[in-house]
Unconditional design. Structure first.
Length: 452
């Protein structure tokens, strides 16, 4: 009976911790979920809700036939993921991406966990290493791990935590977007989950406007780093827009402001550059500026972003921000089932392991929950095959990456082992996706009891 099974303690109620807890209780293993908010807040969270989305509201591509992110979405669905179930229930129009109403999504995750009889939620900070009597712990404290716990882990492992900065994009009120200038269109008119092919607002710029905008970004007053933060690198996939602009005058036109696949209905032509906005809530009242993470000071953001055609009267529900993320040197510190080598009763999940992205974080939580459940129940649970998206991600963060240069990584087909055959380009990705889902279904089959 479940009542005779000792609980697993999950520290952190973000996406990874929530998913880990869900996988455990679905296996019949009780969970004590420890979340420090609101007892102790963070630099980025706005609420005390479980699974709060603090940056974008997009889970990125949902194309399981051609995109590695779509493949990991589908693997999670097949594994009974609470995160994916809640995302699907609260999806918003976003072209080929899976974007969600952040408040509806978070509420759905929290309601499911609190309604489950095997879940106990404790609102408290776990300061330092978890007590010795907790013989099975999943640490899913995310990139904003409390200093006390981070210091304790560093002392235990003898390793300095690596760190990077993650920047947050601004959100604009719908009614303040000038729709005589901005028009709705998805790139190449591509539809997607919950979308119709016209899911983004597009704000066009001609060449002089673009060049003036780049100059303003570079000259704008930025948030100053503390002395100890100066050498902390940015994650490549979430760089502030002004940092991208500093790499070259055309960088933004080939990055978040690329105009390809778009046509200004006023001119019938493709603009020189485009700023896109994506729906951020189910009501359609809030829209985030895609790829516009920034460390500009708030007054500068308002001034500079209102020079964007169509946003000259923009009212901001949230301005951009910057927070420091920490993660482990996982290839050196964790074993193949995400246990800390120096203290195997501790497993780690989510962004603290060095994965990057919402779905990657939740996927690592899913695997960790299954590993811990199998261990508790005396069953064998192998890691997902490296040919699957989850297995490829796990392999990278627990040994595939070079520990001396380890940096956060999104899932991508470059992490998958090569596939036999003469596949090229799109066909190669499709073949790898088919192989991944086939092998993942095999991994999901019931596992035997461990040998006596």
């Amino acid at each position: 009976m479940a009542s005779s099974i000792k609980p697993v303690h999950v520290v952190g109620g973000g996406l990874a911790g929530s998913e880990a807890a869900w996988q455990l209780v679905q296996a019949g293993v009780p969970v004590v979920l420890h979340e420090m908010r609101p007892v102790r807040g963070t630099e980025a969270h706005l609420t005390d809700s479980l699974a709060e989305l603090v940056c974008s509201n997009s889970f990125r591509s949902d194309d399981a036939a051609n995109n590695a992110v779509g493949v990991i979405h589908e693997e999670m669905r097949r594994a009974g993921s609470l995160i994916m179930r809640s995302a699907d229930a609260h999806k918003l129009p976003a072209g080929g991406a899976l974007a969600v109403d952040r408040h509806g999504f978070s509420a759905a995750v929290q309601e499911a966990l609190l309604a489950h009889p095997l879940v106990t939620l404790e609102r408290e900070e776990v300061a330092g290493l978890p007590p010795e009597e907790w013989d099975s712990v999943i640490v899913a404290t995310g990139p904003l791990t409390s200093p006390a716990l981070a210091d304790a882990i560093a002392q235990l492992t003898g390793e300095d935590s690596l760190a990077f900065f993650d920047a947050i994009a601004p959100i604009v009120h719908y009614e303040s977007i000038d729709q005589s200038i901005a028009w709705k269109q998805s790139r190449y008119d591509k539809g997607g989950p919950g979308g119709d092919g016209a899911d983004y607002f597009n704000c066009p710029m001609d060449k002089p406007q673009y060049e003036a905008f780049v100059a303003a970004l570079l000259a704008g007053e930025k948030t100053e780093f503390k002395q100890w933060e100066h050498n902390t690198p940015y994650f490549q996939g979430c760089q502030p827009i002004e940092v991208i602009a500093s790499t070259g005058p055309q960088s933004l036109r080939f990055g978040p402001m690329k105009p390809v696949g778009l046509r200004d209905p006023r001119t019938g032509h493709r603009p020189w550059a485009v700023v896109q906005l994506r729906q951020d809530n189910a009501l359609g009242t809030l829209w985030n500026i895609v790829g516009f993470q920034t460390k500009l000071k708030h007054g500068e953001q308002t001034r500079i972003f209102r020079t964007i055609p169509g946003l000259q009267n923009a009212e901001f529900a949230r301005l951009g921000g910057l927070h420091r993320n920490t993660f482990l040197n996982s290839p050196r510190l964790l074993d193949g089932t995400l246990r800390l080598k120096a203290m195997p009763r501790l497993r780690f999940a989510g962004q603290i392991t060095g994965c990057e992205g919402y779905v990657e974080s939740a996927a690592v939580g899913l695997m960790t929950g299954r590993f811990a459940a199998a261990e508790r129940l005396g069953r064998l649970q192998a890691a997902p095959p490296p040919t699957t998206a989850m297995g490829a991600l796990l392999g990278h963060i627990t040994g595939g990456a070079d520990a001396t240069t380890f940096q956060p990584m999104n899932i991508n087909f470059g992490l998958f082992p090569p596939i036999a055959g003469s596949f090229k380009g799109k066909e190669r990705k499709q073949a790898m996706a088919v192989r991944a889902l086939r092998d993942f279904d095999e991994w999901l089959k019931p596992t035997p009891l461990a040998a006596e």
